[in-house]
Write a protein that binds this ligand. Structure first.
Ligand SMILES: CC(C)[C@H](C(=O)O)[C@@H](O)C(=O)O
Ligand code: SF4
Length: 765
């Protein structure tokens, strides 16, 4: 452990939240409709309450249509797609039943969860922030330790306000110097990922530092931290400074500006700097002037080239797994090696997502678009602001008019075509210039082709009809600022909000309840169960693919369920099935004996990268696969498997992996013995040993659910909360909740009548 003088920012925030044995306190929990239904269901089944409703903020973003809300009354009548509607209605029932602050579709503050948190001042320096969403890394721009979690962990945080989180490695990405004109924080992010790869940050928390980073606005910093998950990192962080404090001034959920509490908070926030002699496990140095406007060519965020570059040639790649991946990516993307990127025509343009949908992004795009028209060949160009308040701000500045005059659609806030869980999708083979963060196969729609780039570059592609070097369209006034622009109210008294009395009535709130008294069940808490894992013997399927992302393990259309079961048929959907729905006979799990597989041996690194969707392990489990062996795993996926009684095994020796893959290729069974940490062949001969974390092994072998175990530490959690109230009083029950709602006791939680149509309409509040 580093001494008091040589700590990184991450070391400091982690240490300040440590309660016991890798258990950290969570200050801020953001919730959305996709990854929460099963977590709330788990709470209900165990009779548990939400420990800190005052530290929890919910909104809908992934499933909602981005069409005009002029006729909006409620989600039940507004959302056509039944599964999307069900997921949003389920969230509304849950926030009502558990007494949580919620920004619904009728509320101007609704938006993408990672846009809303910072905008409201819910995200603060030095806090721990989690959400059932991989891009929670965004909030690290404030010097918060912010990371995505799976649904089981969402349940853990709701119930305990803590998380079991092992200390990660410290990684530094230092970018010094001045960015060249036309180069934005999105280009920094893409350039860094191209350099370190999508697995480069695995097991690490990245601190972004250096003069180029310091010069960035908060919004630009958020775009970089947002994409640190694409670099495989657990989280990205930037030390707070004057730019951070300036951004937080006047935010409704931040300490009141210039109050004694504000000054106390700023003093603390100023201490959140990496000490001069702190050591990092990994260091990456980049000269800002070497970063060009950057664009992706393939199906992984690491597949990037400078805008002046060309599509790469797999012929030059010697690693067989990488070469096969490149060939597949080029075929999927419909690109020929050596094609100059600027000759690639696009069909659609998407400006939005939690990476690039903030006001500065829209201003940068509008500057390029102003006085120009969307090119003839562009079938659809959309601007989707990240929140209702950003939309309002942009309209006050007249940006909507610039976009609409040019031929863009001006939409309502949501995730939209970033992943297309709502109606905004690409058709097969359509090519999109997108400001989002992921270009995985099928990400924006089955068969759709995504090129990642900055908002200015996407705007340039819209007006020229092809991928374009932004520098060709730039005028001298190109700056991401709007001097003297009108300021809108970011804490509007929302007419859509129902009255306090109605809220209290709706939640049946006991007036005397306090946050720390909500854990009515804590004292007698017994650990409940997950399936035990001891010895697993079975057919093992070989998978020689690198960077298998969770979108590939289970695509977005299957995330709309509110259950954990029945996802086996969706496993590896695009690999297993042809576009016409027939089976792809070449895919390993469609062959005998692999249809019966219980184990997967993956020979490429970084299995399970990308999204935090726990649907990925649920789908594997439902198919029958309980153990995955791979050279490395993405962090969130790795955690999620254990929570479901599954065992991910890291085998980093290529020779050992090849022995296991040979058995698998021969259709032989393997035997995984967890108590003895041994893998044997079908005849019982030992092939290798493996390592596993002691606590995780204990939970798996004994079938223990760690929520129950954590709740046994209730006195430590309560003690920490007392200390937190004294040291950082601004983190308690502030803002909207204290104004509108009180937390609920466990026995006041009413199970909703049903998750289906019979449930009563719930207005936004
Ligand atoms: C739905 C959610 C689990 C997912 C994530 O974790 O990232 C989504 O936001 C995405 O971008 O793929
Ligand atoms: S990455 Fe896309 S889908 Fe995921 S939270 Fe951000 S905007 Fe939504």
């Amino acid at each position: 452990m580093p001494s008091a003088q040589n700590k990184t920012l991450y070391d400091k925030v982690y240490a300040a939240h440590l309660i016991a044995d890798d258990t950290i306190y969570i200050d801020r929990h953001l919730v959305h409709e996709v990854t929460s239904p099963q977590a709330f269901e788990g709470l209900r089944n165990a009779g548990r309450s939400v420990r800190r409703p005052d530290c929890t903020l919910a909104t809908v973003d992934h499933n909602i249509p981005t069409s005009s809300r002029a006729t909006y009354k409620n989600v039940k009548t507004f959302i056509d797609e039944p599964d999307s509607r069900l997921q949003c209605m389920t969230l509304e029932e849950n926030v009502e039943a558990f007494g949580l602050t919620y920004f619904g579709m009728g509320d101007q503050r609704q938006g993408i969860v990672h846009v809303v948190g910072p905008e409201q001042g819910f995200t603060l320096p030095g806090t721990t922030v989690v959400c059932g969403d991989s891009h929670t890394s965004t909030h690290g721009a404030f010097g918060a330790l912010a990371f995505g979690i799976g649904t089981s962990e969402v349940e853990h945080v709701l119930a305990t306000q803590t998380l079991i989180s092992r200390k990660s490695k410290n990684m530094k990405v230092q970018v010094d110097g001045v960015l060249a004109p036309g180069v934005t924080s999105k280009d920094i992010a893409l350039h860094v990922i191209g350099k370190i790869s999508t697995a480069g940050g695995t097991g690490s928390v990245i601190e972004f530092c250096g003069s180029a980073i310091r010069s960035l606005s908060m919004e630009a910093r958020m775009s970089i931290c947002n994409m640190s998950i694409e670099g495989g990192a657990r989280a990205g962080m930037i030390a707070p400074d004057e730019i951070t404090f300036e951004y937080l001034k006047g935010r409704p959920l931040a300490p009141k500006f210039d109050s004694p509490e504000w000054h106390r908070a700023v003093k603390y926030w100023e201490s959140l700097q990496t000490d001069a002699d702190a050591k990092f496990d990994i260091e990456v140095y980049i000269d800002a002037k070497e970063i060009p406007p950057t664009v992706s060519w393939g199906t992984s965020p690491q597949d990037v080239v400078p805008i002046t570059g060309a599509v790469p040639d797999p012929a030059g790649e010697t690693d067989p797994i990488k070469k096969a991946g490149m060939i597949r990516a080029l075929e999927y993307m419909g690109l020929e090696p050596h094609t100059p990127m600027q000759e690639v025509a696009v069909d659609k343009v998407f400006i939005g997502s939690c990476t690039n949908s903030r006001i500065e992004d829209l201003r940068a795009a509008a500057k390029v678009v102003k006085g120009r028209k969307v090119a003839q060949n562009i079938m659809r160009a959309m601007v989707v602001p990240g929140s209702g308040l950003i939309k309002k701000q942009a309209e006050a500045e007249g940006l909507d008019k610039i976009f609409v005059d040019a031929g863009f659609e001006w939409r309502e806030a949501g995730c939209s075509m970033c992943l297309g869980m709502n109606p905004d999708i690409l058709s097969p083979k359509e090519r999109c210039a997108s400001t989002s963060n992921r270009n995985f196969e099928g990400r924006q729609g089955a068969g759709g082709r995504t090129h990642l780039m900055s908002p200015a570059m996407a705007a340039a592609a819209a007006v020229t009809g092809k991928i374009t070097d932004i520098r060709k369209l730039m005028s001298n006034e190109y700056v991401a600022q709007a001097e003297g622009s009108p300021k809108i109210d970011i804490a509007p008294e929302n007419e859509e909000l129902v009255s306090d009395e109605e809220l209290d009535k709706a939640a049946d709130v006991p007036q005397d309840s306090t946050p720390s008294s909500t854990n009515a069940h804590a004292a007698g808490e017994k650990p409940t169960g997950i399936p035990k894992f001891e010895v697993l013997k079975g057919i093992t399927a070989p998978l020689p693919i690198a960077n298998v992302d969770t979108d590939a393990i289970i695509p977005k259309q299957f995330l709309k369920t509110i259950k954990r079961t029945g996802l086996g048929t969706a496993l590896f959907w695009a690999l297993r099935f042809n576009p016409d729905g027939t089976e792809n006979p070449d895919f390993i799990l469609n062959k005998e004996p692999y249809r019966q597989s219980k184990i997967l041996v993956v020979t490429g690194p970084n299995f399970g990268c990308g999204s935090s969707r726990e649907h990925a392990p649920w789908a594997l489990l439902d198919f029958g696969i309980k153990c995955i062996i791979a050279p490395s795993f993405a962090d969130i996926f790795f955690n999620n498997t254990f929570k479901n009684g599954m065992l991910p095994i890291i085998i980093s020796s290529p020779d050992t992996l090849s022995v296991l893959a040979t058995e698998a290729n021969a259709g032989q069974e393997l035997e995984v013995d967890l108590p003895n940490q041994t893998i044997r062949n079908g005849a019982g001969e030992e092939l290798c040993k493996f390592n596993v974390d002691g606590f995780r092994k204990h939970c798996l072998v004994n079938g223990l659910d760690d929520i129950g175990l954590t709740l046994q530490k209730d006195n430590l959690i309560a003690e920490y909360e007392k200390k937190r109230s004294i040291e950082w009083p601004w983190l308690d029950g502030a803002g909207y909740l204290s104004k509108h709602r009180k937390p609920v006791k466990v026995d006041a939680v009413k199970a909703p009548t049903t998750n289906r149509g019979a449930a009563k309409d719930i207005a936004d509040w």
